[in-house]
Design a protein around this ligand. Structure first.
Ligand code: GLA
Length: 399
């Protein structure tokens, strides 16, 4: 008898769990809930964008996507090395050798077409970054193993790259999207500020060919000058980084933004705060108060803020859906309080760094731990998690 009872109990738990699962298209639409406040986005790898569930359902929740990897220089160059060259006149009037008929933009164009088909716009990520950029791009004769080029040569190569990518996007939009934007914002520079900045030296040095060539911030300023030169005026230009609420890093990024803004032919519209955080042990020093302070510091400079890569992990503790729901609510209350309106600059939108927990870059346990990280709003099978309701709770509370 006891055995039969516990069998029924088990079955009951199984059925109630199954009943609690909600397909992502039966959950409240995030896009609709946030429509009058700001945009909602998701990072999507290429294979997900081709998934039928995503093609059919993504724009129920999302206004936009960010390609997780595919618009980074490594991918844009498709791991090819150039072999033929042509002349490019740098802004100093000198002629520099740049790759000819390269890169091949077919891959990028297909992704823009897939986004259009799925009914979403895109954030472009990323033009200038120390990581996921081929080493040969920085070297004499575009060959690995050779010496790094000088600043003037690198300026010409950077201008050529930014020009090539932005002109390709514009041509695609003119041809396939009635001249309307598919990519409405670009992370022009990613992660160029040090984690331990000082007043004298606040740039990332480690592993950065950009820093090794320039040894100062001029490559960042130039990236925003070139992006401004070649991007249509309605494309937003963004500086993107993590750990933006550490007090020292926040100050350093503010200084950088001020220096970009002080450059007449450069333009910066927003700071992208990546927001890879975890519950209980926020990878943001000082907790949410400091995080909100950091947002407001950026806004005080007259730029907007975009939350560009949000994931809220259970960190070192076992996953707890309700705790995550509460934490997502708290973050979104901060975002909503600081949202952009017609009167003031503010947060323009939030992008989650992925759709399904199981595909998140931090899902797998690390350092011998057994704890899986489940930082997102949906899980395998496009089932909705309590986290989504935390995001909805926040917007309901201000209505
Ligand atoms: C950084 C980058 C992203 C991505 C994540 C890890 O935040 O900006 O492009 O690589 O790391 O997935």
């Amino acid at each position: 008898m006891k055995k039969i009872l516990s069998l029924f109990l088990l079955l009951g738990i199984f059925i109630s769990n199954a009943a609690a699962q909600i397909d992502w298209l039966d959950a409240p639409s995030l896009k609709e809930a946030y429509g009058e406040y700001f945009y909602i986005g998701f990072a999507t790898p290429d294979r997900m964008l081709k998934n039928r569930m995503v093609q059919n359902g993504l724009n129920y929740h999302a206004d936009c996507i960010t390609m997780e990897n595919e618009f980074k220089p490594d991918f844009i160059f498709a791991w090819q090395t150039p072999t033929t060259y042509t002349d490019f006149t740098g802004e100093d009037g000198n002629t520099y050798k740049v790759p000819k008929n390269f890169p091949n933009f077919n891959g990028m164009n297909e992704l823009m077409a897939n986004a259009k088909k799925a009914g979403v716009k895109m954030r472009g990520h990323v033009l200038v970054w120390h990581s996921q950029t081929p080493d040969w791009f920085f070297r004499e004769d575009y060959r690995k193993g050779k010496a790094l080029v000088d600043k003037d040569t690198m300026n010409a190569r950077m201008e050529w790259y930014i020009k090539s990518v932005l002109e390709n996007v514009k041509a695609w939009e003119d041809k396939n999207n009635d001249g309307e934007r598919i990519i409405f914002a670009w992370d022009v520079v990613n992660e160029a500020v040090s984690d331990n900045p000082t007043l004298k030296q606040y740039l990332r040095t480690n592993g950065s060919n950009w820093y090794s060539i320039y040894k100062d911030e001029s490559f960042i300023i130039n990236a925003f000058r070139y992006a401004n030169k070649y991007a249509p005026k309605d494309v937003l230009l963004v500086y993107n980084d993590y750990g933006c609420s550490s007090i020292a890093k926040n100050k350093a990024i503010m200084k950088l933004v001020e220096n970009i803004k002080a450059t007449p032919d450069a333009r910066i519209d927003a700071v992208g705060m990546q927001t890879h955080v975890s519950i209980g042990n926020p990878r943001i020093s000082g907790g949410l108060g400091t995080f909100e302070g950091a947002i407001q510091n950026f806004l005080s400079l007259g730029v907007d803020v975009q939350i560009t890569e949000m994931d809220l992990s259970n960190g070192d503790s076992p996953y707890d859906g309700e705790a995550q729901r509460g934490a997502y609510k708290e973050y979104f209350e901060v975002f909503l309080r600081n949202r952009k309106t017609a009167e003031k600059n503010g947060i323009m939108g939030v992008t989650f760094w992925g759709l399904l927990d199981e595909q998140s870059w931090i899902y797998k346990p690390n350092n011998g731990s057994k704890i899986y990280h489940k930082p997102l709003l949906f899980e395998a099978g496009f089932e909705t998690k309590p986290a989504l309701f935390g995001v909805i709770d926040a917007v309901e509370s201000i209505k």
